[in-house]
Design a protein around this ligand. Sequence first.
Ligand code: PMP
Length: 392
Amino acid sequence: MSFDTARRMEALPFSGIRVMMERANRMQREGKDIIHMEIGRPDFDTPEVIKKAAFSSLEKGNVFYTSNYGTPELRAAIAEKLTRENGIDYSPSEVLVTIGVGEGTYAAIAAFCNEGDEILVPNPVWLNYIHVPNFFKVVPVAYDLLEENDYQIDAEEIRSKITDKTRMMVINSPGNPTGAVQTRETLEKLAALAEEYNLIVISDEIYEKLVYGDTKHVSFASLPGMKERTITLNGFSKCYSMTGWRLGYAAAPESMIQGMVRVHQYINTCASSFVQEAGITALREAEPDVQVMVKEYERRRNYTVKELNSMDGVSCRMPGGAFYIFVNIKELGKTSAEVADYLLDHAHVATVPGTAFGEGGEGYIRLSYATAYEQIVEAMSRMRKAFAELKA
Ligand code: PMP
C-alpha cells in the first residue's frame, strides 16, 4: 500500500546536489575511487574547543528545552558578535536561535510573505530560496548573477523586476554556488532600492568568514537605514565546520523576530541545549581555528583556479569567498548535467551541474574545494585528462 503525498509537496522535489552525492556514494560502495568535489561541507573536524564545550555542557546536565528564542546567553553572545564583527548594533531580543540557516530561511518566508507575493532571488542560487517560496505559494522572481559581471548583482535588473507584489529580496554573499562576494558599492545600490520600494531583505551571510585576499565581507544590515528591514541569516555550519550540529540564527528587528519565533516554535521548539552552549564558545574562542581553515581554503582556491584555467575547454573566475568554484564548461559543447555525469563516470570526480542551482547554472559545473588538498591535486589531474579526451 502507498499513499500519495499532499498536493503541496509538488513544490518540494529532491535536491540535485543530493542526487549527485548519492550516485557518487553508490559508486564508492562498489569500490570506485571517487573524489568528492560536490559536497558543500567543510572537510575539517569541528574545532576541539567547541567539542569540549559541548561535552562539558552535557556532563553538567544541560539536557532540557531552552527558551523558544534560544538561551539568553547565546542570544547575548550573538548580539555581541554582530556588533563587534559586523558593525551592527543588535540587542539579544533581536536574535532568534535557529536550527541552521535552512530553518531561518523557512521561518522568514513563512512569517513575512503572503500567497502571491514575489521574492527576488539570485539565479543561480542555493535552491531553498526557490523551493521554500514555492511551498508557500510565494513567487520566486530570479535575478541573474552573470559571469561577465563577476557575478555582481545588477541593481538596474532588480529594479526592472520589481512589481507591486514584490515583498522581499534575497542576497547571499559570499554566494553559493558562485563564490562571489558582493562589493559595498553593489550593496549600497541594493539598499537604495530596498528603501525606495519598501522591501524586506534576507541577507544570507553563512559564508561570511570565508573570504580571501583583499576581499571584504560587508553585512547588509550595517548599511545606513538597512537594519530595520533586514533579516540577517547566519550560522555555524560552514565557518566553524559544524554542519551536523544544526545551529544558526536570525537577527532582525524585534517585531520580525516575534513573527519568526512562532513558526520556529511549532516546528522545533528550540535548538539543542548543549549545542547552543557550544555555540557560545565558537563565537568567543574559536576564531584562531577558523583562521587556520580560511588559510587552507585560500591555498586550495588559488591552486584549483590556476589548474582549471590551464585546462582545455574550461575556465573560471577567481571567487572571493565561500569554498566553491563555478566552472564555465560552455566550450565543451555539452550540457552541465552531461559534463558532471561524464566527470563522475570517466574521472571518478563528483561535481554538481550548475543547473542544480537554477537555469542560470547551465554551462557551468560547481566544484567545492572543501576537500583535502591532495585529493584536489589528484582530481585536477584526472579532470585535465578527461577534458582533453572529451575535446579529442
Ligand atoms: N545558505 C546557503 C547559501 C548555503 O549554501 C547553505 C548550505 N549549503 C545553507 C544556507 C544551509 O545552512 P545551514 O547548515 O545553516 O542550514
